[in-house]
Design a protein around this ligand. Structure first.
Ligand code: TA6
Length: 254
């Protein structure tokens, strides 16, 4: 999913103009699916970063439209068993209309329990990262990853604003508002069965270091990712399934 632009609004999902659209690297924008691990995984040695689901060929199995929305369902079954040797079935359902929603469902189709991390790595479009504030995280514990290591826990005080590279795992289930005065809008992220929200902006140096990220593009994007990572990894018994998702709603700033 690389775009959601409700009627009469500006695009809500962000895509880099430099994104590569092949399966060797993840798209730089939209909503890459991080599974069965996040980053380098629970032991810090997993590859590729953020797992293989976002690099895999999913199959579209359903596509329906009604008066309110178009809903598309994709399937990924037992891909990359060399990297994750448990039978599984991933279903990803996205629905877009006046609001946008995405749900990732993991089913354990084998006879052994397995543990996974997951994140829907959502890139949001903002007018100017230096002028936005993220509301709803006040008091939440977070781990700071900007140094490349998880430092913390720290506690968020007040709204989150941006003056430098920001890469934080907020351990919260709260709804999150991205308040964007430049675009005159608020994007609200409602999450379901997600205990972590990852907030990321690479800022100047990291953006410049990525070949699929324009040098100035950091100014107009913010990742607010819906996930269950680290200590909130999910362990699934045989035959069971777990769903995690989010909904985006737009509202005008009065
Ligand atoms: O979600 C934040 C993060 O883990 C950052 O540390 C940064 O690495 C970002 O994901 C993008 O990762 P990628 O592998 O897509 O370049």
């Amino acid at each position: 999913m690389v775009d959601w632009t409700p009627a009469g609004a500006e695009p809500v999902l962000w895509m880099s103009e430099h994104s590569r659209l092949d399966t060797t690297v993840a798209i730089r924008g939209g909503i890459p699916i991080c599974w069965p691990w996040f980053g380098a995984g629970l032991r810090g040695v997993a590859s590729p970063l953020h797992g293989f689901a976002r690099l895999s060929e999913w199959r579209m199995v359903r596509n329906v439209a009604d008066d309110d929305a178009v809903t598309v369902t994709y399937l990924l079954v037992d891909a990359h068993q060399d990297k994750f040797d448990y039978p599984y079935r991933l279903t990803y359902e996205v629905s877009f209309g006046r609001k946008f929603s995405a749900v990732l469902t993991v089913r354990n189709t084998g006879i052994h329990r397995f543990t996974f991390e997951e994140a829907l790595h959502t890139y949001l479009r903002v007018g100017d990262i230096r002028k936005i504030s993220v509301v709803g995280l006040d008091g939440a514990s977070y781990l700071d990853k900007a140094s490349g290591h998880e430092i913390g826990p720290h506690q968020q005080v007040g709204d989150l604003t941006f003056v430098e590279e920001t890469d934080r795992i907020y351990q919260t289930t709260a709804d999150i508002d991205v308040v964007d005065p430049s675009m005159g809008r608020r994007i609200t992220v409602y999450r379901t069965d997600s205990r972590d929200a990852v907030v990321w902006n690479p800022w100047v140096d990291k953006a410049r270091a990525m070949s699929d990220f324009g040098d100035d593009e950091w100014q107009t994007m913010l990742c607010v990712e819906t996930g269950n990572v680290g200590q909130h990894a999910i362990t699934l018994a045989p035959g069971k399934e777990h769903s995690m998702g989010f909904t985006l709603r737009l509202s005008e700033l009065s």
